[in-house]
Write a protein that binds this ligand. Structure first.
Ligand SMILES: C[S@@+](CC[C@H](N)C(=O)[O-])C[C@H]1O[C@@H](n2cnc3c(N)ncnc32)[C@H](O)[C@@H]1O
Length: 263
């Protein structure tokens, strides 16, 4: 490891958009996540609410790990994400696989593909990236338009408990085969914003360091319910972490299942 790995001055780093540089090493950063288990869990929630989906759309797919796991279940998966860097990475990985997931770059607040899905997903804190109430409502309405009758929108949120207990003051550094990253986290409780700062050194960009600031709005379950109540969706379930227990403020993550009403 050379000296440059130990540089810690953020001012030397090139500011990048969220995931612009992180995309290169995202899969290594996330290698503790069991996406196959997550895919099973999502299909279990869907079944619990009466859906055996033939077509799933993931509107914040990242590098597509969950989508590849879902595609093993003999169903069609389409996936988009607002970050072009993440989509490029997802496409590169897709080429190594037999199952075909179609990826494209798109903001979930303005979905561009004219398809109707049985289940739409937005997972792993992606909804926390929507900072304003308006962003949530626009996303709900877009998703609603793209769902078949009685279709499900399944999303998760990272909770206040998770920010206070783990990410209020957090530092993690790691070397991966693609580079090195340092993540420092800070929770602004007054504004309910979780800040995640990444400093990233990539092997393929030699001396260049990148800094990314990720901002997530942390909402209470009550606030999320209040937003859902402004949409045509019916909330049919909330679940703590990866269990079938009701969603709770004591969980780190809560999964929501919303249903398009038949009318
Ligand atoms: C923590 S990553 C999760 C990615 C993926 N779901 C996973 O499980 O690995 C959050 C993702 O949300 C995406 N995202 C944030 N805001 C978005 C938006 N408005 N529209 C679509 N994707 C968005 C980011 O680009 C990023 O890929």
């Amino acid at each position: 490891m050379t000296e440059r790995w130990h540089k810690s001055d953020l001012s030397e780093a090139h500011p990048a958009e969220p995931y612009e540089a992180l995309a290169q090493i995202y899969d290594q950063v996330m290698d503790h996540v069991d996406y196959r288990h997550w895919a099973h869990y999502i299909l279990k929630l869907a079944l619990l609410h009466g859906k055996e989906p033939e077509l799933i759309l993931d509107v914040s797919c990242g590098t597509g790990s969950l989508d590849r796991a879902l595609s093993m279940h003999n169903l069609k998966v389409l996936a988009c994400d607002a970050s072009l860097a993440m989509i490029r990475r997802a496409r590169q990985r897709e080429q190594q696989k037999a199952q075909q997931v179609l990826y494209w770059c798109c903001d979930m607040r303005r979905l561009s593909l004219r398809i109707q899905a049985d289940v739409i997903l937005s997972l792993y804190d992606s909804m926390n990236y929507l900072l304003e109430a308006d962003d949530w409502i626009r996303t709900f309405m877009e998703v609603h338009r793209r769902l078949n009758p009685s279709g499900l929108f399944i999303f998760d949120i990272s909770t206040l408990h998770n920010s206070l207990e783990t990410f209020a003051d957090y530092l993690h550094e790691e070397r991966t085969s693609g580079g090195y990253y340092r993540r420092t986290c800070y929770f602004d409780a007054a504004a309910s914003i979780q800040y995640n700062y990444f400093t990233i050194y990539l092997h393929n960009t030699a001396e260049m360091a990148y800094s990314e600031v990720h901002r997530q709005r942390i909402r209470s379950l009550e606030q999320v319910d209040q937003l859902i109540s402004q949409t045509p969706f019916k909330r049919v379930g909330t679940y703590s972490d990866f269990s079938l227990k009701p969603g709770s403020e004591k969980a780190d993550r809560v999964h929501y299942v919303l249903q398009k009403r038949d009318d």
